[in-house]
Design a protein around this ligand. Sequence first.
Ligand code: HEC
Length: 202
Amino acid sequence: MDIGMRHFHVTAVIFLFLFMLFKTILLLANNTILLDKVRKTTKIIDILLGVIAVATGVYLLTLKSTVESYIWVKILLVLFAIPLGIVGHKRQKKPLAVLSVLLIIYAFAVGETHSFKFKRDQFIVTKPDQAGKEIYQALCVECHGDDGKKGLYKAPDLTKSVLSESETTARILYGKGIMMGYKNELNDQQVQQVMDYISTFR
Ligand code: HEC
């Protein structure tokens, strides 16, 4: 359910963005006749896709235990960029349309890298005696749950993981699919600490 919702959200957003980009290109190419035609024919689809993107986005937000600040920034950027694009295309203002596309690309990058500057800060442990647990609770619990079994976005049950130590290290450093890698955020010692912690689940 959660993974289907995520795909649904991503698909709606991609189509919305492609329509927006196409209209901006038409505007930049001064093809205003075609632009008007495209605007009129895609209007209903645009609204429908917009509603789907927002509804699925809100649903995905409700799955999160904490909503990090980068997510709020992403939402605000998009909510600002869309009306900007609509006005830009309607009044044929090129800078507005281009700004809107750039803002959406930036919002996407912020969402993917979980950081405003596309690079996450090194994780700082505040309770060294329970570093593994602290890292896990801060970075992993959202999808894997307190006991490793939550399985958000089809995350495997960590109590049943059969990966070797080196495979597990690689998964944490580089991620796979929806799980992002933590190579910028965690140093070697911290990766080891969180691995030691999850091995207590097995
Ligand atoms: C956004 C959700 C999400 C977060 C956050 C997350 N994971 Fe994952 N994790 C996944 C998913 C999804 C997979 C399955 C990836 C695949 O094989 O396609 C996975 C796979 C794994 C695996 C491999 C398990 C196996 O048997 O295949 C390990 C180990 C793991 N995660 C540990 C962690 C650790 C440690 C953290 C925190 C540092 C973390 N994960 C954060 C979603 C997440």
